[in-house]
Every structure is written in C-alpha cells, then in structure tokens.
Ligand binder design. Structure first.
Ligand SMILES: CC(=O)N[C@@H](CC(=O)O)C(=O)NC[C@H](CC1(C(=O)N[C@@H](Cc2ccc(O)cc2)C(=O)O)CCCC1)C(=O)O
Ligand SMILES: [Zn+2]
Length: 625
C-alpha cells in the first residue's frame, strides 16, 4: 500500500491524523480532569463512597485510553514523515495497565482495587503504645524517628510501623504483582519493570544506573563510616553488629533514606551557627502558607510562573483537623485543564518540610510551563526530570547566605569548618539517599521479572538494604514481615528509580544554572535566586514537557546529553577530602550478607526475643537480658 501511495496521500492522511490527534488530546484533557478530581476528593477525604467514585473514574479513564489506542491503529502512523505526529501516536498507543481492560475487565478492576486498598492501609497506619496513645506516620512517627535518641523507643516505632503496614499488605502485593505483569505483557512488555524502564527510552539504562552508583559509592562509604562511628559513640558500640552495618532505626528517618535529622549527633565542628533552621521557623511562628509563599517567591524571582489563584484556593497545605482521613504523603496535582494545579501536604513546620514544599512546587512549575503542550506531552522529559525541578531550587534555598537573606539564619560564617558543617548537612540528605534511591526498584524489578520469589520478598529486601545501604534490621525479620510495604511507593505502586535519576540530574542542572547566573564561587555556595537568565534557561526546557527525547532536554540546560555524577562529586569535593582524613585507617565497608539469621518460615522460634536488649549479640540477634 505504502509503496503505491503517493506523497499526496500520505500528506492528506497526516492531515487527517493531526486533526484526530487534536480532538483526542482535547477529549483526554476532559477525561483526565474528571479522573484527577475523583482521585483528589478521595485522597483528601478517605470514605467508601469517595473510593468507589475514584474507582469508577479510573475505569472510565482506562476505557478512554484503550479506545484512543484502538482508534490510533487506523492510521499508518509508523510511516508518517512528520516525526512529531509519530511521537504523539506512539505515546497514545502505550496504554499502560489499561491494556488488561481489553483482555479481562474484572482483572483490571481487581488490579486497581488492590492498589487503592494497599495505599489506604498504608495511609491509615498507626502505632499505639501500651497506654493506647496512637501515632500516625505524619506528624507523630516522623517526629519521633527524627527526634528520639532512645534506642528501644525508636525500635518500637520502627517495628510498630512495619506491623501496621507492610505485614498487612503482603498477600495483596503478591496478587498485585501477577495482575500488573499480566497487564504489562498485554501492553507488549516482558513485565512491569520492563514497562517502567521504557519511559527512559535508553537501551543500556540499567548499566548507566550501575555506573552512576559506582561513581558515587566512595562518597557514600565514607559518609556511612563516619556516621556509624558517631552513632556508636552515642548509643554504645555493643548495639552495632560486628558486620559493619548500622541498625536501620538510628538514622533519624523511618526508612533510613535521609539522615539530616541526626545532624546534631554527627556535626563535624561544634559551636558553629546552626544549619538546622527548624527552631528558627518555629520561633518566627512560620505557617505552612508562609512556607509555600517563600517557595512561590523563589520561582517568580527567576521569572518563572507564579502559582495561580486556583492553586491557593483549592490546595490542601495542612493536615485537616476536622477528623477527615486523608493521604498525608505529599503530592502535586495537574488537573489537565490548564487552570487547576494543586498540592496536598500535611505540612509540618520543619526545614525538612520547607524542602518538600519546594519539591512539590517544582512539580507544579513543570505543569505550568508545559500546560500548552498536547496532553500526551504533559509529562517530564523523563520521570527523573520531574523529580529534579524543585530540588534544584532547594539547593539554592538551603545555602547559608540564602537562609540569612530570608531571615532564617542570623549570622553566616564561611570559614572552612562551617563549610564542612554545611556540606555534611546536605550530604546527610543527598548522599545518604543514593543507595536507597537505587535499591528500591532493584527489588521491585526483581519481583516483577520473577528473580525474587514471593517466599523470599523480605529476605531479598534485606539483602539489598544490607548490600547497598549498609543498614541492618534491628530486630529479627521473617517472611510474615513485608518491610518494602512499609514504604509508601510500594503500596501506592509509584515507581522509584526516578528519584535516583533526579539526585544525579539536579546537580547537573544546578551546576549549569549557576554558570548561567554567573555564580563564580564554589558550587555548594551557589544561589541562583533572582537570576532571570537561569530561570529562562530552565523554563525553556520545562516547556518541552515530553515532546522531545530527554537527552535533548538535558542538552538544552547543561550542554551534555548524558547523565553524569561529576556535578554531585564536584559539589561535595571538600567534604569527600575531609571524610577521607577522618576515616583514615578505618574499614569503610561492611560484610555483604546481613548480620541477621533468616527464618524462612512465617514465624520465629521463641528463643529470639525483640531487642530491648542488653546489646549482647547472639547469632545475629539482640537477646533479652
Ligand atoms: C499526583 C502525583 O502523584 N503527583 C506526583 C508528582 C508527579 O509525578 O507529577 C507526586 O506528587 N508524587 C508524590 C511524591 C512525594 C514525595 C516523595 O515520595 N519523595 C520520595 C523521595 C524523595 C524524598 C525527599 C526529596 O527531597 C525528594 C524525593 C520519598 O519520600 O521517598 C514526598 C516528599 C518529597 C516528594 C513526589 O512529589 O515525588
Ligand atoms: Zn516528586
């Protein structure tokens, strides 16, 4: 047919196809708007009724996607000469899990019901003490993990959270995996992980990730060794397994994924102006609204879009006090009508949450910048780009000079010791995260491709946690536990490698924008505040959405088409050198296997007791006195 077709016929078919696409994009906008509204109503008011409404909206949206993909096949789009039409058709033809709808509607309904059920179990999770006082994850358990310095109190919260969430969704997750894989195969992929990686459109993606991890590993090993020594001094050597791992509940965070909350324990040089502005925020009676205004003002100082009035009118910036159950895990929302954009966050008055505010607002800025694109292109260049935007600005906001400028620091000293203190505070967030950001989807891809069996979900999770993060479970674990399920993104089925990619990209963007802003000092002191040139460079990339391959978007900002760890290593260079001196003569690695015996059954012999321990280590367990 094509050989015979004249250029004229192809041209007229492309004309018809372009018209069909415009119409399909318009209809998609309306369908997705209704889906987002239903999801928002449920996330901000968890009730049975709202859950059913959300479920039905998800079915409608999936039906639309499937039908649009079906109609797209009536065009010979693979042979179009117009590469943009081809790109739009390729994206419309990829329906994701909605492919299962075509094969078996009941299975698709089960798939989305399982995700809603797991995410709801997670969001309703609580830990109650003997007196019946119950703590939610936000703010109660998060504050406890950040501020408690009591080994067994931390352990109770750590174990309690896992009992209240992971353990409860273990079987649901197993069923979810098989349905999700069935959908992926129906959509033309080997398994769900294969589908998720396709969004990066990079042939050797896993090799590139491994390479980036290896380049950053020395920095992590040195930080881990230094922090472990400080924690041993604090809690006592005997509570640390001889294998070299750090018990996972001592790092100031429920998942040991960022360690900034234990800065006071690891601070290199005492007596310097504090880099933790949380006390100052409380002293100045900061409100969530003020935190969001600070972030909004940073974006507009760059010449980027301000949050529209609808954002301020309809966002949920605080945890409701009217008894409503909500999904507190922060999130940013595009309603695909070019007008409604929101953030839902149970904002706490902390530096951590000020960073999160910038992170979420970064998502909304991306939505605002690409809102004129066809709906199929209203995505990040790749998911890592979407996660990097807010964090890039937060790197500037976190500098002592910027914090002083906005009144959160009284005085700034930039002698060498202050610089080390500052870099340590940022490394506890950014470097500590690297192995966690890497291992989350290593585990999930293994589950999806079948190399990690259901009977070993938890064992394989802890093998990765021990190998990459060098943290170990502070209490015996078995296969009734499902510790991955205690991390939001697993029950909520949100992919995670995007954050690892973002932590690499955000330093590449930071370096490039600092050059554009003529910031000539060291990279870690750069603040792009008020640089409209930097803002224009960033904005022009954000406007692309996913309309171009991500290396092209990266090149527009940084001049290179490849991810590179050079920028993050440059940023932390003074700290790396300092840590190497601190760790001289020390072993900075740990034994690969976990310092804990596995009970492959689903119960644990009575001999192994929870560790409210004397600290004596007995075949991997802390035994009762
Ligand atoms: C409708 C919808 O779902 N929208 C998407 C956005 C989109 O795709 O358009 C969305 O809002 N996702 C929520 C998710 C929330 C957070 C998260 O989960 N962060 C990771 C890792 C991390 C931690 C610290 C940090 O500074 C940066 C990353 C974690 O907490 O483990 C919680 C706190 C920060 C970001 C997010 O914003 O990425
Ligand atoms: Zn994000």
């Amino acid at each position: 047919f094509l050989q015979l077709a004249t250029a004229h016929e192809i041209k007229s078919e492309q004309g018809r196809a372009a018209q069909w696409l415009r119409d399909a994009n318009d209809r998609a906008g309306r369908v997705y708007y209704n889906l987002q509204v239903a999801r928002w109503v449920y996330a901000t008011n968890i009730t049975k009724f709202n859950g059913e409404r959300q479920h039905n909206a998800s079915i409608m949206s999936a039906e639309f996607d499937r039908e649009a993909a079906e109609n797209a096949t009536s065009f010979a789009w693979e042979n179009f000469t117009d590469s943009d039409l081809r790109r739009q058709f390729r994206k419309i033809s990829d329906v994701g899990s909605a492919a299962l709808l075509r094969k078996d509607k009941a299975k698709y309904e089960r798939l989305i019901s399982l995700v809603t059920k797991m995410e709801t179990t997670y969001s309703e999770g609580q830990v109650c003490d003997k007196k019946g006082t119950c703590l939610d994850l936000e703010p109660g358990l998060t504050r406890l993990m950040a501020t408690s310095r009591n080994y067994s109190e931390l352990l109770d919260a750590w174990k309690g959270w896992r009992d209240a969430t992971g353990r409860k969704i273990r079987d649901d997750y197993k069923e979810f995996v098989s349905l999700s894989n069935e959908a992926a195969v129906e959509n033309g992929y080997r398994d769900t992980g294969d589908y998720w990686r396709s969004w990066y459109d990079t042939a050797d993606f896993r090799d590139q990730l491994e390479q980036l991890y290896e380049e950053m590993k020395p920095l992590y090993l040195n930080l881990h060794a230094y922090v472990k020594n400080k924690l041993k001094a604090k809690y006592g050597e005997s509570l640390f397994p001889p294998s070299g791992h750090i018990p996972a509940h001592l790092l100031g965070n429920m998942w040991a994924q960022s360690w900034n909350n234990i800065f006071d324990i690891v601070e290199p040089f005492a007596g310097k102006p504090s880099v933790d502005v949380t006390p100052k925020m409380k002293e100045l009676n900061y409100t969530p609204r003020r935190m969001f205004n600070i972030s909004d003002e940073f974006f507009t100082s760059l010449g980027l879009e301000a949050m529209p009035q609808e954002f301020w009118d309809h966002s949920m910036l605080e945890k409701p006090t009217d008894g409503r159950k909500v999904v507190c895990h922060a999130s940013a929302w595009d309603f695909y009508n070019k007008k409604d954009f929101r953030i839902k966050q149970c904002t706490d008055i902390t530096m951590d949450d000020l960073i999160t505010v910038h992170h979420e607002m970064g998502h909304v800025e991306y939505y605002l910048q690409y809102k004129e694109q066809p709906v199929v292109y209203r995505r990040g260049a790749n998911p890592g780009f979407h996660e990097a935007v807010g964090d890039v600005l937060a790197l500037s906001v976190s500098t002592p000079t910027h914090l002083k400028e906005i009144g959160l620091l009284d005085n700034v000293t930039n002698d060498n010791e202050s610089v080390i203190n500052y870099l340590m505070s940022i490394a506890l967030d950014k470097i500590a995260f690297i192995p966690f950001g890497y291992l989350m989807d290593q585990w999930r891809w293994g589950v999806f491709n079948g190399s990690i069996k259901f009977e070993e979900y938890n064992k394989e999770w802890w093998k990765l946690r021990c190998k990459y993060q060098g943290v170990s479970p502070p209490i015996h674990r078995n296969e009734s536990d499902f510790d991955p399920g205690a991390k939001y993104h697993i029950p909520a089925n949100t992919p995670y490698i995007r954050y690892f990619v973002s932590y690499v990209l955000q330093f590449q963007f930071h370096e490039a924008l600092c050059n554009t802003a003529n910031q000539t000092g060291p990279l870690h002191m750069c603040d792009i505040y008020r640089s409209t040139e930097a803002g224009a460079k960033l904005g022009n990339m954000l406007k692309l959405g996913s309309s171009k391959p991500w290396p092209e978007a990266l090149e527009k900002v940084t001049g290179t088409r490849n991810m590179s760890a050079n920028a993050i290593l440059l940023y932390f260079k003074p700290l790396i050198d300092w840590l190497k001196v601190q760790n001289q003569g020390q072993t900075i690695t740990w034994s690969e296997e976990c310092p804990i015996e596995y009970y492959t059954t689903t119960s644990v012999p009575s001999t192994a007791k929870p560790a409210n321990s004397t600290g004596r280590l007995h075949n991997g367990f802390f035994i009762v006195a």
